[in-house]
Design a protein around this ligand. Structure first.
Ligand code: ATP
Ligand code: MG
Length: 156
């Protein structure tokens, strides 16, 4: 259930969010959203995306996590209204050790590996991750997962 994994990850950031006064807003259905995936790996993906969203956001802002279903896929969006990523950097951020200029400040810790790991995990699931970002406005990462077939549809 991807919705439950998201709730757990959001909860694990509770303390950091209070320090920076960032609210994590969850837009999830009450029903379970079952996906075919290695849930500990997907938890790691979410952890890295939310970690970035908080790290690159200003105080007193919010991070929104939303799930939507379309055909046989579930789409997970992690959206912030932080510093954004300049267009020319957007294709580089998934590379190992890449950090944009804006994120090399002393308060922006990290080795630049988070998104490389994210990309690797999503690729291993034969799924996709995309970034939509405007410098100075904010960033949204969206990745897909395969919906789990309902029990009665199995063996078809
Ligand atoms: P690590 O994840 O290893 O702690 P990191 O967060 O710097 O370090 P990545 O998660 O791989 O590394 O992200 C790479 C770079 O992409 C970041 O340094 C930053 O420049 C940019 N980036 C990633 N997510 C965001 C975001 N939500 N908003 C703005 N910039 C981002
Ligand atoms: Mg990171």
């Amino acid at each position: 259930d991807i919705n439950q994994v998201i709730r757990n990850v959001a909860e694990s950031f509770g303390g950091t969010c209070i320090d920076k006064k960032i609210a994590i807003e969850l837009v999830l259905t009450d029903e379970k959203m079952l996906v075919n995936a290695d849930m500990s790996k997907i938890q790691q993906v979410l952890y890295n995306l939310v970690d970035n969203a908080i790290k690159f956001s200003h105080k007193d802002s919010s991070v929104k996590i939303e799930t939507t279903e379309k055909h046989s896929k579930v789409f997970v969006s992690v959206k912030d209204s932080g510093i954004g990523i300049p267009k020319e950097d957007q294709k580089l951020i998934f590379d190992r050790f890449y950090k944009s200029d804006a994120s090399r400040g002393k308060d922006k810790k990290g080795t630049g590996l988070g998104l490389a790991i994210v990309k690797e995990i999503i690729k291993a699931h034969e799924e996709n991750i995309n970034v939509i970002s405007t410098a100075g406005v904010g960033t949204e990462f969206i990745f897909s997962l395969a919906k789990a077939k309902a029990m009665d549809e199995e063996d078809e």
